[in-house]
Design a protein around this ligand. Structure first.
Ligand SMILES: C[S@@+](CC[C@H](N)C(=O)[O-])C[C@H]1O[C@@H](n2cnc3c(N)ncnc32)[C@H](O)[C@@H]1O
Length: 379
């Protein structure tokens, strides 16, 4: 986080901290995962409303942030294993890992599994990500809210399974267990799957649409909020739809039943394959998925889309991608964003559109992050 933003956030935390909320987690204050446990949940929502409106500036404003269950909402946790510890990074420090025994934002089954794994991996060599030496980099736990299925990924710096005895003892608690190689200097919790011990995927179910989630593919971290946003998108989208940054097909397949045709574009091959599998499982005929970078897909494109859905990562869309989208003249753009600042900058690059509405959703309680859903209409 930029220094200026950090100062602004700290000022808001001071404003809303009333001294009568006791953080439920023993790691609060040291762990970088949660910053707001000493604020009441209503105050967290007020704080986020202020953060969003400050970031949006003259683009739009929100009058509330839609709430989530404040704890036990997170369907994915990436636990770092480094320096003899297993847990999360210390608040404000990339170089320090603190041991995490409990995590109140994690879903229950995956937390139970995590707590069972911790003592079992104490003899396994971890990975020093500052000196780039060692073996086990991450233990990743994922849990689907509506099916309860649990995924466990071990991310290692060598193409070797040194975890067989650990896995043997906990495999019955997970529906999918994979070994993933991440060998580069970058600190990544995904990479090449080199051994699938069990399953290879878990399934989530949103309003009856089933989604297969594979070890490296993105899926929304808070399914309760995701389904609310997807319903809203389904109500707004119509005609021929382009879904840019489509992941495993979450939005495309959810809305397919109420639009003419939807084309998902996604650069991660594993996610595109999962999207195609999800299409087949759900017997959806009017959706298709293409593996491409958004800018390459849009180059020279003249197709007519009535609706364009955008759901980029935190970094937002490249300015030239926004310019191309602007020139395509779709009737409506639906923009989902987890970063109000890049949302604002991207919207400013759309000259032929006016913002009809922006809604905020608390996808990440206890943290400063918030998800926006913007509806833009062609002028
Ligand atoms: C926030 S996720 C959205 C996933 C999906 N819309 C959903 O609801 O599950 C962003 C996705 O964009 C993909 N992505 C990132 N940059 C991209 C680009 N330049 N072109 C195409 N896809 C991209 C990522 O691989 C990731 O799957």
């Amino acid at each position: 986080m930029k220094k200026k933003n950090r100062i602004h956030l700290n000022r808001l935390i001071e404003k809303y901290r009333r001294g009568d909320t006791v953080p439920p987690c023993p790691h609060f204050g040291r762990c970088g995962g949660c910053l707001f446990q000493d604020l009441s949940y209503d105050d967290q929502l007020e704080l986020k409303k202020e953060l969003v409106n400050d970031a949006l500036q003259e683009i739009a404003s929100v009058d509330r942030v839609n709430p989530s269950p404040p704890y036990r909402y997170r369907s994915r946790m990436d636990m770092v294993t480094a320096f003899g510890r297993c847990g999360l990074r210390r608040s404000g420090s990339y170089r320090v890992v603190i041991d995490i025994e409990f995590c109140r934002i994690m879903r229950e089954k995956s937390e139970r599994l995590y707590r069972a794994i911790r003592p079992l991996i104490s003899d396994i060599e971890d990975y020093d990500y500052l000196r780039h030496h060692g073996y086990l980099r991450y233990v990743v736990l994922r849990e689907a809210l509506f099916t309860g299925q649990v995924m466990l990924n071990f991310v290692t710096a060598a193409w070797e399974n040194r975890l067989a005895s650990v896995i043997e003892r906990i495999a019955d608690q997970a529906d999918s267990v994979s070994l993933i190689h991440s060998g580069g200097l970058a600190d990544l919790s995904y990479g090449d799957i080199f051994e699938t011990i069990k399953g290879g995927y878990i399934e989530e179910s949103l309003d009856g649409i089933r989604f297969r989630i594979t070890p490296n593919s993105f899926f929304q971290s808070n399914a309760e909020i995701a389904v609310q946003m997807y319903r809203r998108i389904r109500n707004e989208a119509g005609g021929r739809v382009l879904d840019l940054c489509s992941g495993v097909g979450g939005i495309s397949l959810f809305i397919a039943g109420s639009v003419d045709r939807v084309t998902g574009v996604e650069m991660n091959r594993e996610a595109v394959d999962a999207a195609e599998t999800n299409r087949l499982i759900n017997r959806i005929e009017n959706a298709e998925f293409t593996c491409a970078e958004a800018k390459d897909f849009l180059r020279g494109r003249v197709d007519d889309y009535e609706t364009i859905v955008l759901d980029p990562p935190r970094s937002g869309m490249l300015p030239d991608v926004m310019e191309r989208i602007d020139r395509m003249r779709a009737g409506k753009i639906i923009y989902l964003s987890c970063n109000p600042a890049t949302f604002r900058d991207d919207v400013r690059n759309l000259h032929g559109y006016r913002v009809e509405s922006v809604e905020a959703y608390d996808m990440f309680p206890q943290t400063p992050h918030v998800e926006l859903l913007g509806i833009l209409k062609a002028e």
